[in-house]
Write a protein that binds this ligand. Structure first.
Ligand code: SF4
Length: 313
């Protein structure tokens, strides 16, 4: 374990991204959301038109996709610096699937980003089935101090993935993680707790599955009901009940303990877009959620890495 993760775990109980970024950039860092106008194969008809049941037509987009990336950057930069002072700025391509389509499109976007002088890092979200050697090589060549490839898995259970209409299986995720590692890229896995039909055994299995792969980071989400998603319809007719906060906090405390201390924790809970959250109500109160997780971890006496690696058999 390096000293950065050891110190972070000693003071916070987990290896937080903010701590890593202070070490990488020499100061605090903040993300700037960028929308390059990509779509998603699970929405544009390549795989399906419905999308994952928890996603809505906005797909985490900023609504600024019509503007050049440098212009989007300039709009956000001022506000970030006015609020946070001298911080390192990291571009975040979050909307939809940012490697969908031909490699030349990704190459154009990365070229645009490489000309933004104060962009010091990049996080790029996509699906595991939207990557190939050419795209991974483009990402690996991007000139940033830090690049994270964020890949959605949500669950390692094939039945759950089918139920939520992910359009890919766990093996596709595992292959993409190994291929990214072979290109020297750091992968951050997205996991969701409280998926329909899942209990804590499914959750633990998903955490252990990710912990067994060369994943460098994890982003935890509690499944919430977003306005305009298919899940909203299920929830309105009583077909889905979100996970309770105390339960989520206990699941998270255990999940952190099951991860290697080297894994960087990007997020402890979902961050619903303004005006989109329908349920559970607690998901809109980040401080309350973090406090509940802190208390659950303290009650269990567990810190990140305490139950890692999992016992065999
Ligand atoms: S893969 Fe991502 S963008 Fe596509 S439908 Fe699912 S959640 Fe939405």
């Amino acid at each position: 374990m390096d000293h950065v993760s050891r110190d972070a775990i000693r003071t916070r109980g987990h290896h937080a991204l903010s701590v890593r970024w202070r070490a990488v950039f020499g100061r605090a860092a903040r993300k700037i959301p960028l929308d390059a106008g990509f779509s998603c194969p699970n929405r544009d008809g390549t795989l399906s038109k419905g999308g994952c049941i928890f996603c809505n037509a906005r797909g985490a987009g900023t609504g600024l996709a019509r503007l050049p990336l440098a212009e989007q950057w300039a709009r956000w930069r001022e506000a970030r610096q006015a609020r946070w002072g001298d911080v390192a700025l990291v571009g975040y391509l979050q909307a939809f699937s940012n490697t969908h389509g031909p490699a030349r499109r990704l190459a154009r976007v990365l070229d645009e980003l490489s000309h933004i002088p104060d962009l010091e890092g990049l996080c790029l979200g996509t699906r595991p089935d939207c990557l190939d050697h050419e795209k991974l090589a483009l990402l690996a060549a991007f000139p940033a101090k830090e690049l994270w490839l964020e890949l959605g898995l949500q669950s390692c259970n094939p039945a759950t993935l089918a139920r939520v209409n992910r359009g890919h299986g766990p093996e596709s995720f595992a292959e993409a993680v190994r291929a990214a590692r072979d290109h020297g890229l750091k992968v951050c896995a997205h996991l969701m707790a409280g998926l329909p039909g899942e209990d804590e055994r499914h959750w633990d299995a998903t955490v252990d599955f990710v912990a067994s792969l060369p994943v460098a980071g994890v982003k935890f989400h509690n499944l919430h009901v977003a306005r305009g998603s298919l899940l909203e319809t299920h929830w309105r007719i009583g077909g889905y009940e979100p996970i309770a906060l105390e339960r989520y906090a206990a699941w998270l405390a255990r999940a952190l303990a099951r991860l290697s201390p080297e894994v960087v924790v990007h997020r402890l809970a979902a961050d619903p877009a303004h005006g989109e959250l329908l349920a559970p109500e607690w998901a809109g109160d980040k401080r309350r959620v973090h406090e509940a997780i802190r208390r659950a971890a303290a009650a269990s006496g567990l810190r990140q890495g305490d139950l890692w690696p999992p016992a065999q058999g």
